[in-house]
Design a protein around this ligand. Structure first.
Ligand SMILES: [Zn+2]
Length: 634
């Protein structure tokens, strides 16, 4: 590890560690960013693409039947010669089916089947643990996604909104023309689709509102739910999906449900155009290469990526979206293995022990709340590397490569979605992962009270046996404790040890915690970044998790004989290394619940006395924050 200049750290920790790298780092043309997490993503991608290519070519054995299906899908998706020959026909067929609709009654008759196939729908349904009976799966109702990435883009004072909508329209009109529409018709359908989108905007939640988990829980009795609109047959739809009439539906977007009837009534023509636009944009990447590249114009404008990914990467990511668990398990077993799994499991349990000690010594919780917090921590489930087993549905996912790509995906969608919805009312399976083991990330699930660390994040600079203990604690240690802290952030704290939305706090402790969360909101709110500002409320839960994660990892590092605070804080700053296009940074500011990486690195250390000691940071230094302004929660 290169030595950082302490004087440079006093000015800007992130720059001191990453500045030199940032000057020369190149963002790949097909990506919005590089460095840190992105580098690991690229490594994993290269490894798995190389393995899949070797398996397709018969140069490498395919270890199991499930992976064999993934290999088949990868080969089918990568065969652009064949896609060229089949041409636009599969997409045109689907557009024709939508165009043939004449009424909502007509649409309602097809709705349940189309929902299983993943086609456009004015309502999104999902299966998740019931937030007040977390041992059982419930059915959730939500709103469809808007054209622009976030509600705020539609506000009059947002200059990007109209520009992006214009870009989207240009792209969609071109797609329709390629699918055989006249320029005039393409323009009309695109305009109508935007008009329907505009009807949705006032009634859906912003990213900030969606970040508040407790407000997701709005149970609506079946009789009331099914009466929400007379334009669509909600009863037939939901009972068809879950195989029974549920007693209630958990509505995550209550304003949208209330407005649904008004949105739909007298707007069938607009709705149909919206559905056509969803169909053409949703499938453009699955037909010819020309359409695939054209259909990515809008998302590239959002992220700043210069060009589309190549054929292999396209096929890889498409395959991951269906077989991510299967490929992830292969990745974990092949490149991570049982020894590393055992080693990291040990680290996680050590970190939980440190966390427990900190809770026991906590000076602002009452004994009653402290005890409940410890009960919750003791019940926390830990999953590392890759899942021991995968759901049985993977035995049913068969790729029919006699069909064209869209047809083969329809079959997969139908099997996967049917199994997903039929989980309604079944016991929750806490061993079912939400991420592939090949994902460079980690998570806490508040409804299950589990933390999960996929194999792909368990490598340098996060974790390596070649790094010192202090470096590993500043990397993976902080990530592990970050996920533990999510059990006690402003969202997680509302759920008990079983994952139920159930208040276990005394009134005074809760009030105090809310004040501390407010301090964290203030610490980040309005910080300038990428020509815009951080939203303190949108990012509060992640910032609380970062703060808890860093302070707990530091406590663990200090227990080691070779504790080195400079190495600890240097690696902490290194894991947040990222160079990104400005458009992408601005997109993240609007939609991402995490603060920008540079601020995650710099702001959190300013809350810790050990940072000031390690680098002799004094009043007057740019990195200095007065003790009264430092935020300390966990
Ligand atoms: Zn997090």
């Amino acid at each position: 590890m290169t030595q950082v200049e302490k004087s440079a750290v006093r000015a800007d920790l992130y720059e001191a560690v990453n500045g030199e790298w940032e000057q020369t780092a190149q963002i790949p043309a097909d990506r919005p960013a590089t460095g840190g997490f992105n580098d690991l993503v690229k490594d994993v991608e290269e490894t798995l693409i190389s393995d899949l290519n070797a398996m397709v070519a018969g140069q490498k054995d395919v270890p199991n039947a499930r992976l064999q299906e993934a290999v088949k899908l990868y080969a089918l998706a990568k065969d652009f010669d064949r896609r060229e020959t089949e041409g636009m026909a599969p997409l045109v067929k689907e557009l024709d089916e939508v165009a043939a609709l004449t009424s909502y009654a007509d649409y309602s008759a097809k709705w349940p089947e189309w929902a299983l196939l993943g086609k456009g729908s004015p309502v999104s349904f999902d299966i998740d643990p019931d937030m007040k009976k977390a041992t059982e799966y419930g059915i959730f109702f939500g709103a469809p996604s808007l054209i622009l990435p976030e509600k705020g883009y539609y506000q009059e004072d947002n200059p990007q909104g109209p520009q992006l909508l214009a870009l989207w329209s240009q792209m969609v009109e071109k797609l329709f023309v390629k699918a055989g529409y006249s320029a005039e018709k393409a323009h009309q359908v695109t305009e109508e689709a935007k008009q329907f989108d505009a009807l949705l905007v006032p009634h859906v939640k912003s990213a900030e509102e969606r970040a508040d988990y407790a407000k997701m829980y709005n149970p609506v009795a079946w009789a009331d739910f099914t009466k929400a609109t007379d334009q669509l047959d909600l009863a037939k739809m939901v009972s068809g999906l879950v195989g029974t009439e549920p007693a209630k539906v958990i509505v995550t977007e209550p304003n949208y449900l209330a407005a649904l009837n008004e949105i739909l009534t007298d707007h069938f023509a607009l709705f149909k155009s919206w559905l056509l636009a969803k169909t053409v944009t949703g499938n453009a990447s699955l037909v010819t290469d020309e359409l695939r590249i054209l259909g990515g114009e809008y998302s590239r404008a959002l992220s700043g990526s210069k060009e589309a990914v190549n054929h292999e990467k396209f096929a890889y990511y498409l395959t991951m979206s269906y077989f991510g668990q299967v490929i992830g398990k292969y990745y974990g077993e092949t490149y991570f293995g049982p020894a590393a799994k055992a080693d990291v499991e040990h680290m996680v349990h050590q970190m939980i022990a440190v966390y427990k000690k900190r809770l026991e010594e906590n000076d602002w919780l009452s004994p009653a709340t402290r005890q409940k917090a410890i009960v919750k921590l003791d019940s926390l489930g830990v999953q590392v590397g890759y899942p021991a087993k995968l759901p049985a549905v993977y035995d049913q996912l068969k790729v029919d490569d006699g069909l064209n790509l869209m047809g083969a995906l329809d079959e997969l969608n139908k099997v996967a979605a049917t199994e997903n919805f039929r989980r309604f009312g079944q016991p929750v399976d806490k061993t079912r992962w939400e991420m592939s083991a090949a994902t460079v990330n980690a998570y806490y699930h508040p409804f299950m009270n589990i933390i999960v660390f996929p194999a792909a994040i368990l490598q340098a600079p996060f974790y390596s046996l070649k790094q010192s203990a202090s470096e590993n604690y500043g990397g993976i240690g902080a990530v592990i404790a970050h996920e533990i802290s999510h059990a006690f952030d402003n969202n997680g704290a509302l759920f008990d040890e079983f994952g139920n939305l159930n208040n276990w706090w005394t009134e005074e402790d809760q009030a105090h915690f809310k004040d501390l969360a407010q301090d964290m909101i203030k610490e980040f709110d309005g910080l300038p970044f990428a020509g815009q500002q951080v939203n303190g409320k949108l990012t509060v839960s992640e910032n609380i998790a970062d703060a808890g994660g860093l302070s707990c990892a530091l406590a663990a590092a200090k227990q080691e004989a070779d504790y080195d605070p400079v190495a600890f804080f240097t690696n902490w700053a290194r894991i947040w290394r990222m160079k990104a296009h400005e458009q992408y940074q601005q997109l993240l500011l609007s939609v991402d619940v995490h603060a920008p990486n540079k601020l995650r690195a710099n702001v959190q250390v300013q809350n810790l006395a050990d940072f000031y000691q390690a680098f002799d940071v004094k009043d007057g230094d740019a990195m200095y924050k007065a003790p009264a302004d430092r935020v300390r929660i966990w």
